[in-house]
Design a protein around this ligand. Structure first.
Ligand code: ADP
Ligand code: MG
Length: 1019
């Protein structure tokens, strides 16, 4: 961003052309008129009091300045505060913010803006917020008790304030310490025309409720109080009543108890009431003037309020006890002296109360010991003052400002130039006014004004302000910066601005004429012991604690240090403190004397710019280098910007820095000193910072990347390991379970087998076998019984008897049947075995008959019981017939009378049939002549009907002679026997089975025989 772009004038006076006083002022004026009140000289901020509220503050702007670097936005007090805070937080450097300028130039406002900025950007959290609140709320309390309306400033700080805010390593506030410098206590009793006493008095009267006022024995009307300027009781734009409430609540926030607040207000009221104690002349008998209290009521009330005997107070106010080694002398005070004593008491009470309040606040905001902290100090001290009548107070105030200017010179101009020389940087010296000589004039330990004053205060003999002045005149008659009527040359004899009792010091900011009146007194700052003792006697705990020296036991004859010496030493401490920190300057400029907005008083600003040395500041700044640092920390901070120096650098610090800057092409922007690197432009530094920020981001990303990778990898490996472990366990467990199952099964099977084997062997011994044994036994006995029963009850052995006893139980049924069959077979066999051969023959024949005709021929059953006789014709008694049989063929097998059916007519004729082993012979019954002889091997077959008749057909083979006539149709009464015997004879004779056909329909074949159906015989 270009600094000149869109800016009014130049935002940084370093860029001013030409570099002269006039353009500088013009630039400030131009900017001021455009409401651009801030301007830089490098890192120094110039602030011109706008005397109006500008819309450039608040959270929005704070956020904006927090995010940008110094030169990226318009000059602003927030930018400076940001640089200081960041340097504190990030570089661990203690900071101090020096706010200087005349009274009314805007120092206090600036310090508040800085504080509010820091409070807004530093850490957050309940604890931190409460610390912040306490720090911020200390302001209204201190302003109420320490600020007052002056001609120059309606809210002028009448004390110097240096506040150290302490932070932890993260940049969160931990607490702080406030140091106050020399309250302008003379204001308590007397104010200049147009000015007011401290705000708190007006606030108390306006803001306290009736109840509180009564308790404090006060009236609301300010005109009733001698210490309050009657003319100005109100300030425009200031609401005293509301401010009082704010002060009360701020005190509560800081941690004041209700009682403490009450006590503080009581002491404040006491001061007001003390002012109303009127003293009157009183003449004593010895003619010495004395004094007394005119109206006892006021003292009475004070006594009641703080628990003090009013007479004692009166005594303390109107007399003085002098103590010598031997005796105590009480002297009366005249009115003037008594009034002085009263005022001294009021001033002392008030200033001690103020100190007490500061200490009380410090107690609340203090940081515990041992915590490592960084410090940011904000100095808001009373500005350089030139009044019409300047007294001791102005003298010390201006001395303080002189010292601050010296800090500025030392740290920016002198130190800087000296450093260039030390470091061997080519340099053209810039002349500037070094105010060291003025500081010396005032503070020199032996020959300084303050030392002289102290000497005068301590010196025995008659001491007065004029002896002091004489001393100064004598000592500094030749001093360039000291002037007085006496030391003056002729020209100054007529200078009416300088009285006889005055001396003048040519301060860096202008000449100031001081009136030495009461210098001694104010420096002594002594309170009559009677008064402090009286105060100590009060029952009021706070008041009492303010006067510890009033305790007779504590009383010491040692003089307390003088006000001047105290101030000098506290300024010295302050300076030491400031030198140890990194300074940040805010130089406040007052644009006009009238607190008017928009008014730019050229002359007034010109004087201020002159004595502030702004022009010299710009010159040094321009010629010099904005930033320097020792090589080592610089390299440490920026080495990450070069590959050569990051991550490791083994060379020297200076070489490292050269490398880094060379890599960034910044070598022309810098100068290399002996121990330090000098950077010309802040922009280079900001560039470096920006590069560093980016690089840090990269590195952070790299670290994150590596870390995340590592984390994921280890996580993955862990998961993988776990997975393997789990699966191995799982598999193991599975296999184990399987094995266990198999083992258990094998064992089970083994057990079963073994058990089964064992049971088999031992079954008999088992009780469970008993049932079977019993059952078997019963079964056996039943079987036995059954069989024995059967044996005894066997049916007859007659083979025709098929009876058989039934089985007594069903399960014997099959066995019974078998036994029946066996028995029957046995019966038959026995029957057969007993048969004679003949019977066997007969039965064989019967059997043959049965095979041929059973179930075929209806007449068969009738034939079964009839024995085969064979001879039905009485062959034995018939020799004729016996002859016929031929003899050779053995006995006649069958002899019977048959009927021969005539094939021609169907008529029957009786014939005797003889069957021999070889022939069938048909014999005429009557003639006993053989009619037909048929050889058995000519018989081809026999046919019979299935009916009961005795008809049969004898088929002859065609080749035989007999057969040619056709078959014989015969009727026999013993057909079955005949055919059976014929069958057997044929079989025996020819070894052939004679075909015997049993049919229902048959006919005789061949011949002339008519075929007729054969039906059941009707005859
Ligand atoms: N930045 C500012 N914005 C607005 N008004 C300001 C500013 N700075 C100072 N003032 C005005 O100027 C007055 C005096 O400022 P102050 O800081 O009290 O001066 P100093 O402390 O230097 O004596 C304030 O009361 C306020 O009205
Ligand atoms: Mg101030």
């Amino acid at each position: 961003m270009n600094l000149l772009e869109g800016s009014v004038g130049v935002e940084d006076l370093v860029l001013l052309e030409p570099l002269e006083q006039e353009p500088l002022l013009k630039n400030l004026q131009l900017r001021y008129e455009s409401k651009e009140i801030y301007t830089y000289i490098g890192n120094v901020l110039i602030s011109v009091n706008p005397y109006q509220q500008l819309p450039i503050y608040g959270p929005e702007f704070i956020a904006k300045y927090q995010d940008y670097t110094f030169y990226e936005l318009k000059p602003h007090i927030y930018a400076l505060a940001n640089v200081a805070y960041q340097s504190l937080r990030d570089r661990d450097r203690d900071q101090c913010i020096l706010i200087t300028g005349e009274s009314g130039a805007g120092k206090t406002e600036a310090s508040k803006l800085v504080m509010s900025y820091v409070a807004a950007v530093c850490g957050k959290g309940e604890q931190v917020n409460s610390v912040k609140e306490q720090l911020l709320q200390s302001n209204p309390v201190l302003e109420a008790f320490g600020n007052a309306k002056t001609i120059r400033n309606n809210n002028s700080s009448r004390f110097g304030k240096y506040m150290d805010v302490e932070f932890d390593f993260k940049g969160s506030p931990l607490g702080g310490v406030i140091t106050n410098y020399l309250l302008e206590k003379s204001r308590v009793v007397k104010q200049l025309k147009g000015e007011r006493n401290f705000h708190i008095f007006y606030q108390l009267l306006a803001g306290a409720d009736a109840h509180l006022l009564t308790a404090l024995k006060l009236e609301r009307d300010t005109s009733g109080y001698a210490y309050l300027n009657q003319k100005v009781s109100r300030v425009d734009g200031m609401d005293d009543a509301a401010n009082f409430k704010a002060v009360q609540s701020a005190m509560t926030v800081i941690g004041f108890s209700e009682e403490e607040i009450q006590r503080v207000l009581e002491v404040t009221a006491l001061v007001l009431k003390l002012g109303n104690v009127e003293l009157a002349d009183e003449f004593q008998a010895n003619g010495v003037s004395a004094s007394s209290i005119r109206d006892g009521k006021g003292v009475q009330e004070i006594g009641e309020m703080v628990g003090l005997n009013s007479e004692e107070l009166e005594k303390a106010l109107c007399s003085r006890t002098m103590k010598t080694a031997k005796e105590k002398v009480v002297t009366a005070l005249n009115v003037i002296q008594a009034q002085y004593a009263r005022d001294a008491l009021a001033k002392n009470i008030y200033s001690r109360l103020f100190n007490w309040i500061v200490n009380r606040i410090n107690e609340s905001i203090k940081v515990g010991v041992g915590e490592k902290k960084k410090v940011m100090g904000v100095l808001d001290i009373y500005g350089f003052e030139i009044l019409e009548d300047n007294s001791f107070e102005q003298f010390v105030i201006n001395y303080c400002n002189e010292k601050l200017q010296q800090v500025f010179i030392e740290m920016t101009l002198k130190e800087e130039q000296e450093e260039y020389e030390r470091e061997g940087i080519p340099w053209t010296k810039v002349d500037y006014f070094d105010n060291g000589i003025i500081c010396n004039l005032i503070e020199h330990n032996q020959r300084g004004i303050l030392a002289m004053l102290d000497e005068e205060c301590l010196r025995p003999g008659v001491v007065s302000d004029s002896t002091f002045l004489a001393k100064l005149n004598q000592l500094f008659s030749k001093h360039d910066h000291y002037e007085s009527k006496v030391t003056q040359n002729a020209q100054r004899q007529y200078d009416h601005t300088m009285g006889l009792s005055c001396f003048r010091i040519c301060h860096y900011a202008g000449k100031v004429t001081y009136n030495v009146n009461s210098f001694i007194d104010k420096n002594n700052d002594l309170l009559f012991r009677d008064l402090s003792q009286a105060m100590w006697k009060a029952q009021h705990p706070l008041l009492r604690s303010l006067f510890p020296e009033g305790d007779p036991k504590q009383a010491s004859l040692k003089r307390p240090p003088t006000a001047g010496a105290q101030f000098k030493s506290s300024v010295a401490t302050l300076m030491k403190n400031l030198y140890s920190k990194n300074p940040n300057y805010i130089r406040c400029i007052k644009p006009n004397e009238h607190q008017q907005r928009g008014q730019f008083s050229w002359d007034l600003v010109a004087i201020q710019t002159q004595y502030l040395g702004l022009l010299e500041n710009v010159r040094v700044r321009r010629a010099g280098y904005a930033y320097r640092q020792r090589y080592e920390p610089f390299l440490e901070r920026y080495r990450l910007l070069s590959r050569s120096t990051w991550p490791r650098w083994n060379g020297g610090d200076r070489e490292g820095v050269e490398k880094v800057l060379g890599d960034l092409n910044l070598s022309s922007e810098v100068a290399f000193g002996k121990t330090k690197i000098f950077i010309r432009s802040p922009r280079t530094l900001f560039f470096l910072e920006e590069q560093r920020r980016l690089r840090l981001q990269q590195l952070a990303t790299l670290i994150q990347k590596v870390y995340r990778g590592w984390r994921c990898r280890t996580h993955y490996q862990l998961m993988r390991k776990s997975q393997i472990l789990i699966s191995s366990w799982f598999r193991g467990t599975m296999q184990k379970q399987r094995y266990e199952k198999m083992k258990a099964s094998a064992v089970l099977i083994q057990a079963f087998v073994r058990g089964w084997k064992a049971r088999k062997n031992y079954r008999k011994y088992f009780r469970s076998g008993a049932a079977l044994t019993l059952a078997n036994f019963i079964y056996m006995s039943m079987t036995q019984k059954f069989l024995l029963g059967l044996k005894n009850n066997l049916p007859s052995t007659n083979i025709l008897d098929r009876t058989w006893p039934a089985a007594p139980y069903r399960y014997f049924h099959t066995a019974n049947q078998e036994l029946q069959k066996l028995f029957y077979h046995w019966k038959c066999k026995r029957f057969r075995d007993r048969l004679s051969l003949k019977q066997v023959e007969i039965l064989k024949e019967k059997l043959c008959a049965s095979e041929l005709f059973k179930d075929k021929k209806a007449s068969y059953p009738q034939s079964v019981p009839i024995p085969f006789h064979g001879d039905y014709i009485g062959l034995q008694g018939n020799p004729k017939l016996q002859k016929l049989k031929g003899g050779a063929e053995g006995p006649i097998l069958m002899a019977e009378t048959v009927k021969k059916v005539n094939r021609g007519n169907g008529k029957t004729s009786s014939r005797t049939l003889l069957l021999t082993k070889g022939h069938v012979i048909l014999i005429d019954t009557k003639s006993s002549q053989a009619r037909t002889v048929i050889a058995l091997d000519n018989v081809a077959g026999v046919s019979v009907t299935s009916f009961k008749d005795g008809l049969f057909s004898l088929h002859l083979s065609e080749i035989s002679s007999v057969g040619s006539k056709g078959d014989f149709l015969l009727v026999s009464e013993h057909l079955i026997e005949l055919l059976t015997k014929m069958y057997q004879a044929v079989l025996d004779a020819t070894q052939k089975q004679l075909p015997v056909t049993v049919t229902e329909k048959w006919c005789a074949v061949r011949g002339q025989w008519p075929v007729f159906p054969v039906g059941p015989p009707s005859c």
